[in-house]
Structures are given as C-alpha cells and as structure tokens.
Design a protein around this ligand. Structure first.
Ligand SMILES: [Zn+2]
Length: 120
C-alpha cells in the first residue's frame, strides 16, 4: 500500500472513531434519567438498572474507541518514522492484505494472535 494511501485511510478511520466516541460522550454527559422520569413518584428499579447497564456498555465502547484511536495515532507515527508496515514485535513486514483490512495494526498475523492470547 502506498504511504499516502495509508495516511489517508488512517485519517479517515480516525475521524470515524472520533465521531463515534463523540456521540457516546454526549450520551454519557446527559443526566441518567430524563426530566419526565424525575417527576414521577413511582421509580422503576428495572429501568434504572437498564440505564446503568447501558451506561456501562457505553463506557466500555468509549474505552475501546479511544484505545483504537491511540493505535491509529501510533500507526501515523510509524508512517512518519518510516517504520509503517513492519511488525512492532518481530520487525517483519506485515502483509499488504492485512494492512488493507487493518491499516492501524502494529502486528503481523503471528504476533497479533499471540497478543490476543495474552490479553485473554
Ligand atoms: Zn511480528
């Protein structure tokens, strides 16, 4: 993959992740229950539980998006350094097909699998 093409792909990917993160941040910034609910004397514990679970899911999603965004920033840094496209663990070339699918990956297939096994 051409470096310019990779740079463009990464920038586009970063925008997408940032936009999704922004939507979640806005949702999390809103009060947990809307004003209509507050006026109600009868509280529904089930609804509150659902709200809490939704927020926790949002926080998890946001963390994932931010982790991915910093992985994209790292890839952009490697582009600048001229080390883009090589595995950060073993230094071998990452296959073009893999970069086409995951332009921000820092690992070759083998090390990605090892990394995944380590995290589980
Ligand atoms: Zn590797």
């Amino acid at each position: 993959m051409e470096r310019d093409e990779a740079r463009e792909k990464l920038a586009r990917l970063r925008e997408e992740f940032e936009a999704s993160a922004q939507v979640i941040r806005q949702r999390l910034a809103e009060p947990q229950r809307d004003s209509g609910d507050v006026a109600m004397v009868d509280q529904h514990p089930a609804d509150t539980a659902t709200d809490t679970a939704d927020r926790e899911l949002d926080i998890t999603r946001l963390e994932m998006l931010e982790a991915r965004r910093s992985q994209i920033d790292d890839a952009v840094g490697r582009l600048k350094q001229g080390t883009y496209g090589t595995c950060t663990v073993c230094g071998q070339k990452i296959p073009e097909e893999r970069l086409a699918l995951l332009p921000d990956t820092p690992f070759c297939v083998k090390d990605a699998q090892r990394e995944q096994a380590r995290l589980q």
